[in-house]
Design a protein around this ligand. Structure first.
Ligand SMILES: O=C(O)CCC(=O)C(=O)O
Ligand SMILES: [Fe+2]
Length: 497
């Protein structure tokens, strides 16, 4: 499973593929033109001959050459024309599309893309008509959606039983229907859109509104049996006060969650009052020579941000290293004891051993310098690229499992080190809802926090999430540091008995 939309870097090849498909359609047009030209040229000469003959029929036919030729061509040539007309054009191009289909996004990809766009809409509380017009979280882009886009959103959200969101998208589709002219094969009918609109409103128990939409549709198609039946069905529902039983469960929109507030940058400025910036010269001997710009983000849990840790050259190298091997990110599932692809984490990752190349060696040394931790037994460097609406829902980085082989060797994840390789134009913050902190990606910065308390117990205040990216290609690199090897660097750590 390719899972196209889960990484921006991974989607680049779709544009190349689309270019090949357009070239192929152009070849198809050329084939059609070739045939068309042949036909048109023949019509001209045939017409010329026939007109000449019909100008003086007797005289024409009295010539044996004309008579012979007429008989012959009427018997033979027209059968050949029939075969020629029957011969399909552009078979090679049709087959070419079939070949390329295996690389093209599937219905599942579209479903994922719909879910992602809906996630952006709901997390940031955006207006569907704004989105359709390219206004994303207050910033206007020179892009808009077509009615085919908004209609696909509506249909799939409907199938996913997300009727409230579907209603906004189908309304938008009805609006856009009026202004779009679509290529003939792609056309959708107003009737079709209105039917989906009606069904969506019925699911939301807005029966009177549903009736209005049916009546509008009937004004254009007074004889449509389906519409007439629907009208009487809704009228009965209204008369008897029937509601759609299956509908509207879980539709009520709650208030804004702490997570959403964090993503939207609505947390109040830190209340700690003790936070400050400094040059870190002390965590390791090396830092005496090359101190790092450090910003204390929080004390409980301990959380610091380092600035300008990665150079542009290093970032480019990391992205180049990771891009070819990016695969869909997974999450450890306690239920199965395995790492699995989940809807709650949509990004692509590539892992690199500490000794992979001089850069990974250097990066690991820098992590050790920044954190004071011994990296022996820690996890590989994980490079990550988020895609369309890419996010990682609220989670803890620690495993907190007792009988798992995941923690048997090196212990749990004592700390997380997260490098931001890119700025993100909009969205994509790392938020900690329980302590109301949000960190927005800054190219070259690193955030580090402790997942475990000093006594080794897991710390629920570390709950965090990667907010959906609105616009941008968010790259991060993280290192999950394991606890076991820290016995000498942090000797006061001990498990409670
Ligand atoms: O990308 C982020 O902002 C957070 C990523 C994260 O929490 C993780 O990978 O565990
Ligand atoms: Fe995490």
């Amino acid at each position: 499973e390719e899972s196209h939309c889960t990484s921006v870097a991974g989607m680049v090849k779709l544009l190349d593929l689309e270019a090949r498909l357009i070239d192929n359609l152009e070849d198809y047009a050329a084939e059609l033109e070739k045939k068309l030209e042949t036909v048109r040229r023949s019509i001209n000469s045939l017409r010329l001959e026939n007109d000449r003959a019909r100008g003086s029929t007797e005289e024409y036919l009295s010539n044996p050459l004309n008579a012979f030729s007429l008989i012959r061509r009427m018997n033979r040539d027209w059968i050949i024309w029939q075969l020629y007309m029957d011969d399909p054009v552009g078979i090679a191009q049709v087959e070419r599309i079939q070949e390329l289909r295996e690389h093209m996004p599937t219905h599942t990809d579209v479903e994922e893309a719909v879910t992602a766009l809906d996630r952006i809409q709901s997390t940031y509380g955006l207006n569907v008509s704004d989105i359709a017009q390219g206004l994303l979280n207050g910033k206007q882009y020179n892009v808009s959606l077509t009615v085919l886009d908004t209609y696909a959103m509506a249909q799939i959200l409907f199938d996913q039983k997300n009727y409230l969101a579907a209603a906004s998208w189908i309304y938008q589709s009805a609006v856009l229907m009026e202004v779009y002219t679509l290529a003939a094969p792609l056309q959708i009918s107003k009737n079709e859109v209105r039917m989906v609109y009606t069904e969506t409103l019925l699911k939301l128990n807005q029966n009177a509104d549903a009736l209005k939409v049916v009546n509008i549709a009937l004004a254009d198609n007074p004889q449509d049996i389906k519409l007439l039946l629907k009208k009487s069905e809704i009228e009965t529902m209204i008369r008897t006060g029937t509601n759609n039983a299956a509908a509207a469960k879980g539709q009520a929109k709650g208030g804004t969650t702490a997570y959403q507030m964090g993503c939207r940058g609505q947390f109040p400025p830190s209340a700690d009052g003790k936070l400050y910036c400094l040059y870190n010269r002390t965590t390791s001997a090396f830092l005496m020579l090359a101190p790092l710009k450090m910003e204390l983000v929080g004390l409980d849990p301990y959380m610091v941000l380092y600035h300008d840790v990665l150079s542009a050259k290093e970032i480019k190298e990391l992205q180049g290293m990771a891009t070819p091997g990016l695969t869909r990110a997974t999450v450890f599932q306690a239920s199965s004891g395995r790492n699995e692809v989940v809807k709650t984490r949509t990004s692509k990752v590539a892992w690199f051993p500490d000794s992979y190349n001089p850069l990974t060696v250097r990066l690991n040394a820098r992590i050790a310098d920044m954190t004071g931790f011994n990296l022996y037994g820690s996890e590989m460097l994980q490079l990550m690229n988020y895609g369309l609406g890419g996010h990682y829902d609220q989670h803890y980085d620690f495993f907190n499992t007792i009988n798992s082989n995941l923690t048997a060797m090196s212990g749990d994840r004592i700390a997380t080190v997260l490098f931001y390789l890119t700025d993100v134009e909009q969205g994509g913050a790392t938020v900690f809802p329980n302590i109301r902190k949000a960190v927005f990606p800054q190219r070259g910065s690193v955030i580090m926090w402790y997942n475990l308390q000093d006594n080794g117990q897991t710390d629920n205040k570390t709950l965090h999430a990667a907010c959906p990216v609105i616009v941008g290609s968010k790259w991060v690199c993280n290192k999950w540091i394991r606890e076991r090897e820290q016995i000498f660097s942090r000797p006061c750590l001990k498990k409670p008995i």
